[in-house]
Design a protein around this ligand. Structure first.
Ligand SMILES: N[C@@H](CCC(=O)N[C@@H](CS)C(=O)NCC(=O)O)C(=O)O
Length: 217
């Protein structure tokens, strides 16, 4: 019993959960691989837990929650030593929530749309219209970072953790040009210096990179 994360390491939302676990120093988490390329998420034993058949899925004893953003908030609220990653202050929290919805509604769908034809349909290049949506995501994020070091103010929050999993993956598709997006490039570098990023994002991002190379070859 305890915490179990159902996952595939190359998935960006899964990496948001890994990073949250690292940032909170939560010990003793069990991990279960779900091989999406083999369609394992559609097996009954998994859809009984998550009818939406997505990873990440978190099981906390008998309680199940899915969607990386919901999981990250749950982990901070239940297991955080304090609320610094998701402050209770209404205005601070509203900005973080906006960024989480930005990831959920803009960044991740743009990433998924770009990746699916290459990873699952044998296409050998990313489609220009999909690349445009990634660039649009960069433009928005660049503006969010115009007056602060982190995406929701002066301290690292779940906004950074959840958006960096998508943006670091997008960076593997369209490298972020630091002349065009200086704020974003600086932020990505700062994120890369964090322990939670090194442990929670880098290994799976490396797997994404290898898979991308293989699929585009
Ligand atoms: N908004 C969700 C997205 C989850 C998602 O779409 N995960 C993908 C992997 S990156 C998945 O499990 N796809 C399998 C499927 O939809 O069948 C989150 O943040 O957790």
């Amino acid at each position: 019993m305890g915490l179990t994360v159902y996952k595939i390491d190359s998935s960006s939302p899964v990496r948001s959960v890994f990073m949250t676990i690292e940032a909170l120093n939560i010990p003793d988490v069990d991990y279960v691989n779900v091989n999406l390329l083999e369609g394992e998420q559609h097996k009954e034993e998994f859809t009984k837990l998550n009818p939406q058949h997505t990873v990440p899925l978190l099981k906390d004893d008998d309680f199940c929650v899915w969607d990386s953003h919901a999981i990250a908030v749950y982990l901070v609220t239940k297991y955080g030593a304090d609320d610094s990653l998701y402050p209770a202050d209404p205005k601070k929290r509203a900005v973080i929530d906006q960024r989480l919805h930005f990831d959920s509604g803009i960044l991740f769908p743009a990433l998924l749309e770009a990746v699916l034809p290459v990873f699952y349909k044998g296409e050998k290049s990313f489609r220009p219209e999909h690349l445009e949506r990634i660039t649009k995501g960069y433009e928005f994020a660049e503006k969010f970072l115009a007056s602060s070091q982190w995406l929701a103010g002066d301290q690292i929050t779940l906004a950074d953790i959840c958006c960096v999993s998508s943006i670091s993956t997008m960076d593997e598709i369209i490298p972020i040009d630091k002349d065009l997006y200086p704020n974003l490039a600086g932020w990505l570098k700062r994120c890369g210096e964090q322990e939670f990023y090194k442990k929670g994002n880098e290994p799976g991002l490396g797997q994404f990179r290898d898979l991308e190379k293989l699929k585009l070859a």
